[in-house]
Design a protein around this ligand. Structure first.
Ligand SMILES: *[C@@H]1O[C@H](CO)[C@@H](O)[C@H](O)[C@H]1NC(C)=O
Ligand SMILES: *[C@@H]1O[C@H](CO)[C@@H](O)[C@H](O)[C@H]1NC(C)=O
Ligand SMILES: *[C@@H]1O[C@H](CO)[C@@H](O)[C@H](O)[C@H]1NC(C)=O
Ligand SMILES: *[C@@H]1O[C@H](CO)[C@@H](O)[C@H](O)[C@H]1NC(C)=O
Ligand SMILES: *[C@@H]1O[C@H](CO)[C@@H](O)[C@H](O)[C@H]1NC(C)=O
Ligand SMILES: *[C@@H]1O[C@H](CO)[C@@H](O)[C@H](O)[C@H]1NC(C)=O
Length: 538
């Protein structure tokens, strides 16, 4: 961690965000602790002694006050996958926006889940900590009077799935720092446990919501429950057309909600999670346990997808918005006609891999991101020159060789833009943009061309924050840039993220009105060249 830490701690909190909306408070103590998810002792990152960390329960527009004590021996930050932090990228908890919490210190995040519903997760963003835990589920329920397009489930479970290494995060990070690639993962965890370690209990005849997130480091995972259908109802904050699937692909970084009806004879059924497009295939199981089912296991087939990419691509294309259902607001999700708005800019982003100075690196449009000595948002806020250059990454693949830079792309507040993710590599790619939900208007194999726009879904594409790109394929999204700030755009393939496949999108306005962006929080930690600056009095 290159930051020279000198922290300033403000005392008065809670000044700005939606004072009329309810507050929920958490105190989190982040510690190391031994965990044994695959039967081998390793050092994990615990939150209040738990691995995975506790769920965050909230309701649309709540203010979440989360005081995080860093009891590790390294700087630490938590970030919020899918939480938009509207007007407030200072709270985003990634390297480019927020100073790391020094060992033995604390920082209180003040988030508002403004105009959001749905299923998300938090994770530790620095130093490959994610390989050690420190993640947990976030759910945002609809406000009481806003209709939800399905009956209340009998219960609602967080299901965090992900590939896992038995090496600790310091060893994995050291490998990457030496310019090596990581070996194949050692297994898959469901809620922090290995084979048959997790079970969910259900009553026959009742329906349950499963909020499934792939919090792993790299692999797309197929999720299925022996003998049961998964009815998709929500994707990263959008209520979808309710379609039933017998198994579902969840790419790294993504979150989905399914309804599962316990409509089978009362016994035990396996929950199966297996890696996609890998050799060998990693598989793990959990247990769906019927009350009064006894101990016997079903002998129904456990199913599974084909190995073809097309199966997955077709499934992805079947995910669509229910235009008549409400999202976070009472009006239907379809009342925003994204397909009628003209885009004013097209950004094409291509991933690449290669060596720089003999070490493995990964890039976007040839730039492999390196951290500066000061969080970019703070440099911007305090107008500290020489930290980053706007325009240090181009709007289209350059075809040139890879190089290192602190890449920041400028974009105009309120512009409506198109981004095309182009994946010329033979890997599964997954991209996430902080601060936003975007419409996934198209994806297909081969090279994107202007003619590809003819196949865009301009009617009921799903709005979400993490999207896959299949090998040698493209995915196109539309975004309304209505959230001012410095926003991380990154691969969720974690070794690639760590080795430079990310940049910051600086959504900029000249306005200094708090209607457009909040000032720096009074309790903000200050570091690097922002050390000793004073946060603006309110
Ligand atoms: C965090 O947990 C550690 C280990 O249990 C303990 O020593 C420390 O006092 C705790 N810190 C806080 C702020 O609760
Ligand atoms: C990580 O594992 C290595 C052995 O591979 C061990 O030497 C080291 O102490 C461990 N580090 C931590 C922080 O647990
Ligand atoms: C650290 O925690 C204390 C309460 O224990 C709180 O008063 C203080 O504001 C927190 N510091 C920051 C920077 O949030
Ligand atoms: C999990 O349980 C099932 C059903 O009893 C069993 O077939 C399977 O072998 C178990 N898996 C492991 C790794 O123990
Ligand atoms: C769409 O949402 C409406 C609620 O407005 C619901 O009645 C309907 O069943 C949903 N349709 C599908 C296909 O999910
Ligand atoms: C979008 O562009 C088309 C063609 O340039 C134009 O006819 C149309 O009026 C524009 N629509 C909007 C909403 O600006």
């Amino acid at each position: 961690m290159p930051l020279n830490l000198a922290a300033f701690i403000g005392v008065v909190l809670f000044a700005i965000v939606g004072a009329e909306d309810p507050y929920r408070r958490w105190n989190w103590n982040v510690t190391y602790g031994f965990i044994y998810p695959l039967g081998i002792r390793q050092q994990g990152i615990l939150i209040n002694g738990q691995f995975p960390g506790p769920d965050i329960y909230s309701v649309t527009n709540d203010n979440l006050i989360i005081n995080v004590f860093n009891s590790l021996d390294e700087p630490f930050l938590i970030s919020w996958n899918g939480i938009q932090n509207r007007r407030n990228s200072f709270e985003d908890g990634v390297y480019g926006t927020t100073c790391p919490i020094p060992p033995g210190r604390n920082f209180t995040y003040i988030l508002q889940v403004k105009d959001q519903i749905g299923s998300f997760y938090y994770y530790p963003s620095l130093a490959f900590h994610k390989a050690a835990g420190g993640f947990g589920g976030i759910r945002i329920l609809s406000r009481p009077l806003i209709p939800v397009p399905f009956p209340d489930p009998a219960d609602d479970y967080t299901v965090l799935i992900g590939d896992w290494y038995t090496s600790n995060h310091t060893d994995l990070k050291a490998l990457l720092d030496r310019g090596k690639k990581l070996h194949f993962p050692d297994g898959i965890l469901i809620n922090g446990r290995g084979p048959n370690g997790t079970s969910f209990t259900v009553d026959q005849g009742k329906t349950y919501r499963l909020r499934v997130s792939n919090v792993g480091l790299q692999n797309s995972l197929n999720f299925r429950v022996q003998g049961h259908k998964l009815k998709l109802v929500e994707v990263e904050g959008t209520h979808t057309l309710q379609i039933s699937y017998s198994s579902f692909d969840i790419h790294v970084g993504q979150s989905y909600s399914f309804l599962l009806t316990a409509d089978q004879p009362a016994q035990n059924y396996l929950i199966v999670v297996s890696s996609r497009f890998t050799t060998p295939i990693l598989t793990t199981t959990g247990v769906l346990r019927y009350n009064n089912g006894g101990g016997s296991f079903s002998n129904l087939p456990t199913g599974g997808p084909t190995i073809q990419v097309d199966w997955s691509l077709n499934q992805a294309r079947s995910i669509r918005t229910n235009l008549t259902a409400s999202g976070p607001r009472p009006n239907p999700q379809g009342s925003y006609h994204y397909g009628m708005i003209n885009t004013t800019r097209t950004i094409r982003l291509a991933n690449s891999a290669g060596l720089i100075n003999g070490k493995q690196r990964y890039a976007v449009n040839s730039v492999s991101f390196v951290a500066a000595d000061t969080p970019l948002k703070l440099a911007d806020y305090f107008q500290i020159g020489g930290v980053f250059r706007v325009g240090s990454i181009s709007d289209a693949p350059t075809g040139g060789g890879m190089y290192l830079d602190t890449s920041v792309m400028n974009a105009d507040y309120r512009a409506f833009i198109e981004i095309v993710f182009e994946n010329p590599e033979n890997i599964m790619q997954s991209w996430h943009l902080n601060g936003y939900q975007f419409w996934v208007v198209g994806m297909d194999g081969g090279q994107w061309t202007q003619a590809s726009r003819n196949e865009y879904n301009l009617r009921d594409a799903v709005a979400r924050s993490t999207i896959q790109v299949y090998p040698k394929s493209w995915t196109a999204i539309y975004i309304a840039l209505d959230n001012v700030g410095m926003w991380n755009l990154r691969t969720e393939f974690w070794a690639r993220q760590y080795l430079g496949q990310q940049f910051y999108l600086r959504v900029y306005t000249k306005s200094t009105s708090i209607r457009d962006e909040y000032p720096i929080p009074k309790n903000a930690l200050l570091c690097g060249r922002a050390s000793g600056r004073h946060t603006r009095p309110l």
